[in-house]
Design a protein around this ligand. Structure first.
Ligand SMILES: [Mg+2]
Length: 251
């Protein structure tokens, strides 16, 4: 048995009782890493001739680059798991597009899983339920599996544009280490490609701050625009929210 500095045998329980810290990032995909709403609008604009093909591709490429920078930072600090309510064919198809090639290669090289909660729900017989149930069930499976492997997270972060991205983590907190920390970040609903890219940049900048959190916190992206409906974008910040709206879907 190894001895401590005083020459006495070290008590193995002292190390065993303190589990190592382990961070997991649970990322949503649509309108979180990939600008799904914007993609649909861009396709329509290109079809109608109000946007060139080149402009459309440039918008997606900007988002892909900002998402990649964010994931590159996250992977240095913990395990990334992408969990989407989209179906597998959509996930494969969207990642296979020209703009997302580099990000796709990055995910592959780092063996970052891209999971379909929809497919998981089908296998679990839950497909008839609300899509929030799919996400909750898939988060449960992911976190339970990590726990079983002896790597229950000490810090879990859920980042997504839907209320259920927050509640899915909240409802599965039992799988975290005792006293584990949850950080939930709700992104803007139906963002433009520019909105999404700027949110990626804000998250990249604030990542260290989020990881230093020593208590469970919830955040949302606050968009500041000039006055008027079509006011120009002024700035975006990550704002703590006391009481997030995250009603859990019924099963
Ligand atoms: Mg989403």
């Amino acid at each position: 048995m190894p001895a401590n500095e005083e020459g006495e045998p070290a008590d193995p329980r002292a190390t065993a009782s303190r589990p190592p810290s382990f961070t997991v990032f649970l990322f949503d995909y649509d309108d979180t890493l990939f600008p799904t709403s914007a993609h649909d609008n861009v396709e329509e604009a290109v079809r109608e001739g109000t946007m060139t093909d080149e402009e459309g591709r440039a918008r997606l490429a900007k988002c892909a680059a900002s998402a990649l920078r964010l994931l590159e930072r996250c992977v240095l600090r913990g395990q990334i798991i992408i969990c989407s309510n989209g179906d597998r064919s959509w996930l494969a198809e969207s990642l296979d597009g020209e703009a997302y090639q580099e990000l796709r290669q990055f995910l592959k090289a780092r063996a970052i899983p891209v999971l379909s909660a929809r497919q998981h729900a089908t296998l679990q017989g839950l497909i008839e339920y609300d899509s929030g149930v799919w996400k909750r069930s898939c988060f449960g499976e992911i976190l339970a599996s990590l726990r079983q492997q002896g790597v229950a997270p000490s810090h879990a972060l859920s980042i997504g544009d839907a209320e259920h991205d927050l509640s899915a983590l909240e409802r599965n907190k039992e799988y975290l280490q005792h006293g584990g920390i949850m950080t939930k970040v709700q992104l803007k609903d139906q963002p433009t490609a520019d909105d999404l890219a700027v949110q990626h940049s804000v998250l990249t900048t604030c990542l260290d701050e989020l990881l230093e959190d020593d208590q469970t916190d919830n955040y949302e992206m606050a968009f500041e625009r000039e006055k008027g409906e079509d006011g120009a974008f002024v700035g975006v910040s990550l704002t703590a929210i006391e009481d997030p709206n995250m009603k859990d879907p019924e099963t």
